[in-house]
Design a protein around this ligand. Structure first.
Ligand code: FES
Length: 357
């Protein structure tokens, strides 16, 4: 919020000159009918530009008339922004940022220079060259401390370069706008410290990029094939006869035709090599109602269909699987290792016990 006061000496009247009158008309025309008041900030800016970098009270009234706004509303706007001056300022108007980042980086020293070289805040130097005002953050905090002089930012200031800057402005010498140290805009001092790898921009990474795309395409094709196969298996109808006996005995398998496939790292080739001797007891149909195998963590509708298709309907069947049985069932699943990872046997044991109660 601006704490500026209006100048005591005011011109009697204000009207836009031809140039700013034209600009004002164009700006007002940008807003829909009835919303012309939205043009108040640009019109205030035009008035300030026309009137030696400050806005007289007559201009506020003139703008209020043009936009059909009450004078007090124009005053509310103009006093909100420090960019508007309500009293004359020096030829070089210094807006000094005293907000935390600038303050932490030495803004107090810049303020000292303002006071010693220009004078008290809001007063114009004897030669009319300078005046200054402390304002809140001007959005160049990375390059703190900084000041705005008329329309330009001067950043990375210290006592010495700021004092020199004021001298140069006074003598009409050209000045360097922006950072006063070795950096471009807000880049790190001394040059960029990131994204320095030229291969990121010169196209030399294109080869490996293509390889990655190829790998992604392959993985997507494989995933689609697996999904299609799972969907097909899930569509297999479950056996309907309810009175058939289990097709396999409860006997523990005694012979292993091949070593059981490792559940977590099996491949399709491993799956084909798992002997049926390791097969757990299966049913050709559920005994009564089939259990809801989806209650077991890791079993979804598709997997339940696969298990039913194999002859597995009840928690009690799963709860007695040994390692060989697990390897055999695992070999029938597309994604290996779920049985052990999700602890199907333990889960099924607990579910079976609950069912028995
Ligand atoms: S704090 Fe000074 S520019 Fe942001």
């Amino acid at each position: 919020m601006s704490a500026q006061k209006m100048a005591i000496e005011q011109p009697e009247s204000f009207v836009f000159n031809a140039k700013f009158s034209e600009l004002a008309k164009k700006r007002i025309a940008m807003y829909p009918e009835g919303k012309q008041a939205s043009a108040v900030v640009p019109l205030l800016w035009f008035a300030q530009k026309q009137h030696d970098n400050w806005i007289p009270e007559a201009a506020l009234r003139h703008i209020g008339d043009m936009l059909d706004m009450a004078y007090i509303r124009v005053l509310e706007v103009v006093t909100f922004y420090t960019m508007f001056n309500l009293a004359p300022v020096g030829k070089h108007f210094v807006q000094f940022c005293g907000t935390t980042p600038c303050w932490l980086n030495g803004a107090d020293k810049i303020k000292d220079v303002c006071e010693s070289e220009i004078g008290a805040q809001n007063t114009i130097s004897d030669d009319g060259e300078f005046s200054w005002l402390e304002v809140e953050c001007l959005g160049a905090c990375v390059n703190a401390p900084m000041v705005q002089i008329n329309d330009d930012f001067y950043e990375d200031l210290d006592e010495e370069n700021f004092r020199q800057l004021l001298k140069d402005l006074k003598s009409g010498k050209p000045t360097k706008i922006g950072p006063q140290v070795d950096r471009i805009n807000a880049a790190p001092c001394g040059g960029a410290t990131t994204l320095n790898d030229k291969s990121l921009f010169d196209g030399s990474m294109l080869g490996s990029y293509k390889d990655v795309l190829k790998q992604i395409e392959q993985a997507e094709a494989e995933a689609a094939a697996i999904s299609a196969k799972e969907a097909k298996e899930a569509e297999k109808p479950a056996p309907k006869k309810a009175d058939e006996k289990p097709e396999a005995s409860d006997k523990k398998p005694t012979k292993k035709a091949t070593k059981p496939a490792k559940a977590t790292n099996s491949t399709n080739t491993d799956a084909e090599n798992v002997s049926d001797d390791l097969k757990p007891a299966m049913l050709s149909a559920p005994k009564g109602d089939a259990d809801d195998l989806k209650v077991i963590k890791g079993v979804g509708p598709k997997l339940e269909g696969v298990l039913n298709g194999l002859g597995i309907y009840h928690y009690s069947q799963i709860s007695v699987w040994n390692d060989d049985n697990i390897a055999w069932v695992d070999s029938k699943l597309q994604f290996k290792g779920r049985i052990l990872r999700d602890g199907w046997v333990k889960q099924a044991g607990e579910l079976a016990k609950q069912g028995d109660k």
